[in-house]
Design a binder for this molecule. Sequence first.
Ligand code: PLP
Length: 436
Amino acid sequence: MIGKKSQKYWKDARKYILHGNMLLSKHPKIHLPGSWPTYFKKAQDCWIWDLDNNKYLDLYSMGIGTNILGYQNKRVDAVIKKIVNSSNMSTLNCPEEVLLAKKLVSMHRWSNMVKFCRTGAEASAIALRISKSFTCKDKIAFCGYHGWHDWYLSANLTKKNTLGKDHLKNLSTIGVTKKLKGQVFNFKYNDYEALKKLIRKEKIGTVIMEVERNIKPKNNFLKKIRSITKKNKVILIFDECTSAFRETYGGLHKKYRVNPDIAIFGKALGNGYAINAVIGSKKVMMKAKNSFMSSTFWSERIGPSAAIATLNEMRRLRSWEYISKLGKYIKDNWHEIAKKNKLEINISGLSSICSFTFKKNNQLLKTFITQEFLKKNILASNTIYVSTKHNKKNLKKYFVILDKIFKKIKKLEEKNKINKTIVKNNVSVAKFEMLN
Ligand SMILES: Cc1ncc(COP(=O)(O)O)c(C=O)c1O
């Protein structure tokens, strides 16, 4: 049975681990409650084995966007094995952090300095600390997701569901410092006029945003933001934790030719090993020279070593071109299969993180798709993080199955039978408070 051992582990996890696990995106309830394999034994290229030795093709998140070069990439892992054999930690620093800093700066000519950490939320906190050291202003305007820290959740102190517009509905502010109320403001992607007003009205010091997620920038949105932030001496942070290395060799901002004051890279940078980088101009970074930002495991060796090996391998393969091209091929096929089955779907996202949504019953149908693909040993939903290990050959089977699923959906739709019974257990939920 699929996920039998996992179900056992999950029972204990719920008992012994707060929230059941560490990352919401890996919570079984948001994929397929009651049937999701949940735990893995081994992963290789774009394949995953669960605890019961079932083998799945991962056409889903590839480690939530971390493994652009596939699982256990030979060249990256050869470097890591050497590090393990010569110690990951010591009382002294690792030279790889210097090499990686030089590499990232040389890839982004507008930048001069770097600070490393291990998670995206930490990187956002570092970037904001640097920005506030420069501007001496507390107020932040943001768009998109930037991690779990107090500053981000505090957006819900003013209006309960501010974060629901971009992220999860009704995130609680329990435990968040109440004094942060009125410091952090959300703006809508592509709504330049609203941001302009916000910057003036609230005397914003920092704008932090993703360059692009689900929607493309319109009417020179990014260039206009660069211009208004410069004019008002506001620091512009591009959070490229997810978008970097997906369409360019570096930040996505290189494609749009808009340089921020600070950029954040994470996820794919270490191809599965924890490393995040905050890069910035010397002028901005040096203002934080007296600000204490220091952490034991920011100094370990695997992170920067993995990043150097990953960057070398990305450049050798020109991975950003390969995954974008394959992502475009996926989008085209989705379009064709939906059209053939007369289903209305909306396709969006960077080609290498492509997504589709149904106009009606999206959450239910998304779960149905996951359920049906799982029967065929494929991990899938409505988003694919493309990796260099995916190819047209392993996608062929996926498209044949998707066609059958879309046919089923159409039939159910015609008979007016799209209801909760099409999903075996419960419909997946994206609401955090319902996961406990
Ligand atoms: C743009 C962006 N910023 C920050 C984060 C948070 O990163 P982490 O989960 O490593 O803390 C994410 C994670 O999905 C992200 O996509």
